[in-house]
Design a protein around this ligand. Structure first.
Ligand SMILES: NC(=O)c1ccc[n+]([C@@H]2O[C@H](COP(=O)([O-])OP(=O)(O)OC[C@H]3O[C@@H](n4cnc5c(N)ncnc54)[C@H](OP(=O)(O)O)[C@@H]3O)[C@@H](O)[C@H]2O)c1
Length: 294
């Protein structure tokens, strides 16, 4: 599909929240959505980086309606304090922030850092923003996964300890959690006849700060092969805005899921297990102390 961000309809009057908006795909999405008139709440774990990113958007799009708010998805307190001050309606929530393949560490709440940052924080954020999403006529929650999400099986043990830790497996588990969360959220929303949609997207291989410049040989290969962040953001932008995108769908790049325009993908086999999704949901409720009041 040769869909481009210029095809996004007018978003005047719509409000968007993007996690990890100061860099890579979050920044590219902030640009594209602000360019179409949305009010974009760019959230960042580091406010200075958030302000710098906001300045870039405002420079590129004079008159852009953007604000910066601090939000660290690895901290349940930070998620709570962001949502406490939020009043809806919220049209688009882009659960985008992520870390990849870092050495073992624990979040302030004591959970393995990939799962905390990439999944648990977004689970809590979505739960706490549900009333704002309900207040919009047809809100969308788009959660960013990765091809890594299909290269694993869900494991529910050791979400606190270093036992058996391997950094790529930890990343893959968190990205599978993004898909299982989306699938279960979609089922729960459909059960209650909600107007909210839940979709997932992934960017293929995109040149962002996920692979830092000092990531050695692999980083060099990535830089040469990757598409731009603007191109990588297209699947999430399509999922967030296209009138043809439906709840429960998963979008990624058209060419071998590696690069190219957005394409509707099959949910990977590991992400379609209702049992696994329900188990993850129950564990996420338990860990965050939050549930969704559909
Ligand atoms: N690039 C790819 O090829 C690729 C492939 C598959 C999936 N993805 C997914 O795409 C998403 C966006 O990543 P990207 O490629 O755009 O990488 P990026 O340029 O590194 O952007 C990641 C963003 O997430 C933020 N972040 C990290 N930890 C956070 C936390 N605890 N709280 C709040 N924000 C946090 C980062 O903030 P800082 O700037 O402060 O670090 C940054 O703004 C991720 O979910 C990633 O898994 C990317």
């Amino acid at each position: 599909m040769s869909w481009k961000a210029s095809a996004i309809e007018d978003l005047s009057g719509k409000t968007v929240v993007i996690t990890g908006a100061n860099s890579g795909l979050g920044l590219a999405s902030s640009h594209a959505l602000a360019a179409k008139g949305a009010h974009v709440i760019m959230t960042a774990r580091d406010e200075q980086r958030g302000w710098a990113a906001k300045a870039k958007v405002e420079h590129a799009i004079p008159g852009a309606s953007v604000e910066v708010r601090r939000l660290d998805t690895s901290s349940l307190d930070s998620v709570r304090s962001f949502t406490k001050d939020f009043s809806g309606p919220l049209d688009i929530l882009l659960n985008n922030a992520g870390i990849m393949a870092i050495p073992f560490s624990q979040s302030v709440d004591g959970y393995e850092m990939h799962l905390a940052t990439n999944h648990l924080g977004h689970f809590a954020l979505t739960a706490l923003l549900l009333e704002s999403l309900k207040a919009a006529p047809a809100a969308r929650v788009v959660t960013i996964s990765s091809v890594a999400g299909k290269q694993t099986a869900m494991s529910f043990d050791d979400i606190t300890t270093e036992t058996g830790y391997e950094k790529w497996s930890a990343y893959a588990r968190s990205k599978l959690a993004n898909l299982l969360f989306t699938a279960e959220l979609d089922r729960k929303l459909r059960d209650v006849g909600s107007t909210i949609s839940a979709l997932a997207a992934h960017p293929g291989l995109s040149d962002t700060n996920l692979f830092p410049d000092d990531s050695g040989r692999m980083g060099g290969i990535v830089k040469r092969l990757a598409q731009s962040a603007d191109a990588g953001a297209l699947p999430q932008l399509f999922a967030a805005t296209s009138p043809t995108a439906q709840s429960g769908q998963y979008y990624g790049p058209s060419f071998a899921e590696f690069r190219g325009g957005p394409k509707l993908l099959k949910m990977p086999t590991v992400a379609v297990s209702v049992e696994e999704a329900q188990k993850l949901w129950a564990q996420s409720v338990d860990v965050t102390g939050l549930d969704f009041s559909f």
